[in-house]
Design a protein. Structure first.
Lengths: 145, 317
């Protein structure tokens, strides 16, 4: 099965065959607007707070991506699992569903010690992060406007 | 409530902190299990919201530690887990969590959990207060049931309990101890002449004199009526007799006028001293029988004297 980058604008609700994850579950959309709306409600629609959390997410994710790349390169399954797990949590919290799903896959690959398979998806991961960051920055900017 | 959040992911931690504070609670945050445990010990939070997977001490271990702590009040534990980790939730509840929250956090969900948490912690607080009150009352009742209200010393029940304990120790370690059974001479005459309130005052004065005169480690009890018992642990019969003589002299030295008690004409006591040996655990009062027999001889011999159990009518005046 050829891997299709999840950062592409996958239409939500109708996943294609190429967008099945390893366990056969449907890929969620790149960006889960409902999750972000839930977060807005949770934060009380506080623009500064949301902006702060998005920058926290961006800096944390930078570190996590570095850790994931290092773990994959050094065949350290445990470190890969732990870094991917952490990324999964924060990505899901901000509605970055594509990034969260990809992190979940990497977490599983780390658990299974399949670091080589993980290395093959690093490009996909970078793209997913870039997509999530841009989408979030647009969201935050929209609120400012 | 005071709430502690333990979450290693900075983004989730920040979101939780904001949500907890927006719900009107105080929030402390920890980035791992060890830090959370240290904060728990220091802050004694009402509730703990803990991630399942953390580096070092994980969520379930933190749960178990909090549950094993008996010094602080009840801490309501909410476990955080990803929606997909249902097995974790079950294991977490078994480790002592009260509830769980799935990530990503949904609005209202946290508020709902915290309403339950406030109710449960309040119940536990009330239970703890009631238990403390019960313990206090029970201790008070225990004390009341074992002391003499007039003389403020142990009563017959405490005496018999203590004698049983001493008898057991005697058997085990071979400690010697004696009892001195003291009876105020012609006390009925005193009451008849001066009235019961005056008689009570004499009882109090005599009890005080005995307490003052006996050694540290000796204990004075009211056995009943005008009979008082001094338990003298770790004394052989010879030193117990000397102690009893001091007690007798101390009462006589009070010099409380008692015309109905010739020839002294002051308040005096007769004392029967006996070593105490093995006891029938069901009948500790039997331990006092030799002392009672000696006391009887002291009365027969003219009162205001000390008699020793098992000896012929050899007066210790």
């Amino acid at each position: 099965v050829p891997m299709t980058p999840a950062t592409g604008s996958a239409p939500s609700g109708t996943p294609e065959a190429g967008e099945q994850s390893a366990d056969g579950a449907a890929r969620p959309p790149v960006f889960d607007r409902a999750a972000l709306e839930a977060l807005r409600e949770l934060l009380g629609d506080d623009r500064e707070l949301l902006t702060g959390i998005v920058s926290l997410f961006v800096s944390e994710t930078d570190e996590r991506l570095t850790a994931i790349r290092a773990a994959a390169a050094s065949d350290d399954g445990d470190a890969l699992r732990s870094a991917a797990h952490a990324l999964k949590g924060s990505a899901a919290a901000l509605g970055a569903a594509g990034l969260a799903a990809l992190s979940a896959d990497l977490e599983q690959l780390g658990s299974d010690g399949r670091t080589e398979a993980a290395r093959a998806r690093l490009g996909e991961l970078d793209a997913a992060f870039t997509g999530a960051r841009e989408a979030l920055q647009v969201e935050v900017a929209e609120r400012v406007a | 409530m005071r709430i502690l959040v333990a979450e290693d992911d900075a983004v989730t931690r920040r979101i939780l902190q904001v949500a907890v504070e927006r719900a009107g609670h105080e929030c402390a945050v920890a980035a791992d299990g060890e830090q959370a445990w240290a904060l728990y010990l220091r802050l004694a939070p009402d509730a703990l919201i803990s991630d399942w997977m953390m580096p070092g001490m994980d969520g379930p271990e933190l749960c178990r530690r909090v549950r094993s702590d008996e010094e602080r009040g009840y801490c309501y534990i909410i476990l955080l887990s990803a929606l997909t980790d249902r097995d974790h939730v079950l294991a977490g509840m078994r480790a002592g969590a009260d509830d769980y929250l799935t990530k990503p956090l949904q609005p209202r969900e946290l508020d709902l959990r915290l309403i339950a948490a406030a109710r449960v912690t309040e119940l536990h607080r009330r239970l703890a207060a009631q238990r403390a009150e019960l313990e206090r009352l029970s201790a008070e009742h225990y004390e009341d049931a074992r002391s003499d209200a007039l003389l403020a010393i142990g009563n017959r029940r405490r005496l018999l309990e203590d004698l049983s304990g001493l008898a057991a120790r005697t058997e085990r370690y071979g400690h010697a101890y004696c009892v001195a059974l003291c009876d105020i001479d012609n006390f009925k005459h005193y009451n008849d002449a001066f009235g019961h309130p005056a008689g009570d005052a004499v009882l109090q004065a005599v009890a005080r004199a005995l307490v003052r005169t006996c050694r540290r480690g000796d204990t004075v009890y009211r056995y009943g009526g005008e009979e008082l018992v001094v338990v003298l642990p770790g004394q052989d019969l010879a030193s117990a007799v000397m102690a009893a003589q001091r007690l007798r002299a101390a009462v006589e030295a009070l010099a409380v006028a008692h015309p109905g008690n010739p020839p002294a004409d002051v308040v005096t006591v007769s004392i029967g001293v006996a070593p105490v040996g093995e006891a029938d655990p069901k009948d500790p009062a039997a331990l006092l029988r030799p002392a009672d027999a000696a006391l009887y001889r002291a009365k027969e011999g003219g009162r205001n004297r000390v008699e020793v159990a098992g000896e012929a009518a050899k007066h210790h005046r």
